[in-house]
Structures are given as C-alpha cells and as structure tokens.
Design a protein around this ligand. Sequence first.
Ligand code: RVP
Length: 503
Amino acid sequence: MAYFFSEPSRTFSEYLLVPGYSSAECIPANVSLKTPVVKYRRGEEPALTMNVPMVSAVMQAVSGEQMGIALAKEGGIAFIYVSQPIEQQAEMVRKVKNYKAGFVISDSNLRLGDTLADVLALKERTGHSTMAVTDDGTGTGRLLGLVTSRDYRVSRMDPSTPVSQFMTPAEKIVSAPEGTSLKAANDIIWDHKLNALPIVSDDGHLVSFVFRKDYDSHKGNPLELLDSQKRYVVGAGINSRDYEDRVPALVEAGADVLVIDSSEGYSEWQKRTLAWIRSRYGDTVKVGAGNVVDGEGFRFLADCGADFVKVGIGGGSICITRETKGIGRGQATAVIDVAAERDKYFEETGVYVPICADGGIVQDYHITLALAMGADFCMLGRYFSRFDESPTSKVLIGGSYMKEYWGEGSARARNWQRYDLGGAAKLSFEEGVDSYVPYAGKLSDGMATTLAKVRSTMCNCGALTIPELREKAKLTLVSSVSIVEGGAHDVLLKDTTAGGNQR
Ligand code: RVP
C-alpha cells in the first residue's frame, strides 16, 4: 500500500519565529553568517565555507559571470548555469577567476563594420555607454577604437553611419599596459580626465577597462569570498549526461565547487555522475547533488558521496512541476525533514553533509526561517534575477522597469538535461514558465538590506551564529487569519510600495 505522510507539507509563509532572550552582546554587528558549503568530518574544518548563506540558482536568467563576481564580493557563491555549451560555461568560470577588482572585462563590444544603430541597440541592451571596437567584436579582441556617447549625436547622424567614422581610433586613445596597478590606473584616469581607461596587452588586445565611476567602490568588501590565490570563489552546474566532458573543462577553468542541476535527484543518474567524479578526482572536486525532499533522498545522495545536498521540488517561483507532474513537497517541511536526516547521518557516521534550501524564498525572512529549520544555506533564483548583475535584459513594462526571468524547465531555456530520466534527448513538456520580475538595482544594495534583516531576526532569537539559531529557534505555525494580521491591515496605505516587502 502507498505510504501516507501523517502531516500536510508546509511552506515558509506558514511559520514564524518566536523571539528568545537577546543579551547585550546580541547585536547585528556581532552576528556571523559563516556557513559550511561542503561535507566535513567531525572535528575537522570544511574545505569550503561561505561568509553569507546565499547562493545563486543554476539558471540562464540568474548566474553568469557578472553574478559570479558580484556575489563572491558579498561573501556568497554563484553557480554558473549549465544549460549552455561546455566551453562557453568554462569561459564564464574563467572570467570570474581572472577578475581583478577594479578591472572590468568589457561586455559592450563592436566590430568596425557595425553602425550607429548597432551602438544604440547595444547601449539599450547592456546599459553601458563605453564600447570597445575590436577586430573580432569581443572584449578581448585587438583594440581598434572606442565609442562613448560623446562620439555621436543621434539627431544629426544617419543610423547607418559605420562606427569607423565616429569612434576614437586606437592611436588617439590613452591606455595602460597589462600589469598596471589599480592605483596607477586611477592616476592616469585623473591626469587625463578620462572616464574609462583601457588596459591593453603588448600585442594590442583589450584586456579590461578601469572606470572612473568605480573609484569609490574599490574599497574592499569585508565579506568577499576568495580562494587560496585571492581569486573569487565560483561554482558551476553540471548535468548527469555530459559530465565526462563538462567536469574536466570546469575544473580546468577553476570552478571551486560543482552541483548536479536536476529537478529530481534521487536517481541512478546522480549516483553514476558522483561515482565518475570520485573515481576520477577522489575528494578534490567538490560536488553537490539534488534535489530531494525527504530524508530517504538525502541519505541516498550522501551515501553516493555528495558534498552537499540540495532540497526542494516544485517550490521555485517559475516552477510548475507540481502542477504538471504532481510531485514535490512544501518547502518548509522538506527542509525540516532533510535536516533531521542530515543530523542523524552526522551522529551515525561523523560526516556532516550541508543542505541547501533551493527555491521558494519570497520574503527575506524566509532565509532566516530556512536556516532556523536546519538549512546551511539557501539557493535563490527570482531574488537574484532582479538585480543589475543577472544576465537578462532590463525592460520597461507599463512604466516600471522589469527584468526577465524564466525557468530552466521552460521551452525558452531548452534545458532537457535537467529533467532527464534517461529517455529521449528532449523536453517532452514544460515544467517552468517565462516571466518578468521587478527590477531591483544593484545586488550589493539588495543583499545589504536582506542580510540586515536576517541578522536582526537572529538577534531577536538570541543567536549570533547559524548553528546557534538552529539550537535556539522557536518556530510556530500560523493560521491563515494570523497571516493577514502579519501585514499592514485595517489602515489605508498612503504609499502602496511601502511595507518592506522585497517583492
Ligand atoms: P526561486 O528562487 O523561487 O525563483 O527558485 C529557483 C529554483 O527553482 C532553482 O534553483 C531551481 O531549483 C528551480 N527551477 C529552475 N527552473 C525551474 C523550472 O523551470 N521549473 N525550476
């Protein structure tokens, strides 16, 4: 007979934290959000930790190289999306690893044959007005010229005018050689009254730009996540189809941690993928697996050698898996169940396998709830897709700026490997949607607010660390009536955008 769980499964919004005693030391400035990413033995230190408990989703609309850089700066990890050609994904990883603070790889590039119309279209797409003209139209091609908004006048010029006619040619550009320090680059910018200084290699190839406007932001980020060579830490998704080719390319590119990206991870395919990685690399390559929603699925993946386990099926904002296939579980219940098994596993084996709550984080406080329920960190898609650093276009809809956000199970992503059960190499039906989310500006500003709330709630619970939160948290289920009581109610709001809701 089928097994019936005795309790209904629940989501984060059905819970609240009840405050505990806060001592005088319990202030947000004293809170540490440090958390393990990969498994470790009792008494040992994990090989990889994060300074904030947030990672970005393995999604086309979320995690490219800009997200990798921006999130590592804040102390978290981006997982570069897997649904792209291997070499392209490895190149994104390489760009994060090669990034040097203050030196920006050009993302707005033109060829000599491009026209003013192309310039305007590129500006619309990237939002950047400084463009490099290179021989191959890439950010590392041979530098032939620069175009900025001072070089053209839309009202007076024909849109078909080639850039060669109005760009500043290479011989007139002030540039600096590769290896120039940031301080020296800023001095050149200052001396020549420049807005952007191209850094150029000995053979004339563009390496990066240093921008005047970034000057103030070079002041170091206290929580930034660096590897032993002081490069940003970055993750990458893999799948259970082409891992024999993809994993070596990502490892060679410098990925610090991998994760098998799948909508449902309690499968032979994940076992084989993990086994192959262990046989080839031993424990040197760190790899998470998932997703699962109960203790049984967790134990299976932990036994297969996963470095961390991702929890969540059907809770993602763009996910329609529960509607299409009828599988999944309320995210809060899934996290609570898996966390209990993780602790049991630790008791039995002395190996602590961190868990990641993936999907369904809508309010900032859901992160705190997930941590209190036992998650070691959270993976977020929608949240990160709203920021400047996600790879998607910013579009004006009905007078408000939006960013595009689509699921990996949507027809747009064409990521059949994520849903692969060993059948035909195609997506037979959609499990995700294509959508817009309200544009939310710079990632660093958004995360500062979110994490300030997390730290504040932790203090209310009398906790200065994540393990302490887990130990001290008192959680209560809320009735649907008290959920209404939790928002502003029985008043007429003057400003309907107020209320601290990050949506
Ligand atoms: P959210 O943060 O709620 O937007 O959820 C993001 C998560 O949703 C991803 O990390 C992934 O697990 C899941 N996802 C991604 N694509 C799809 C889909 O198309 N169904 N689901």
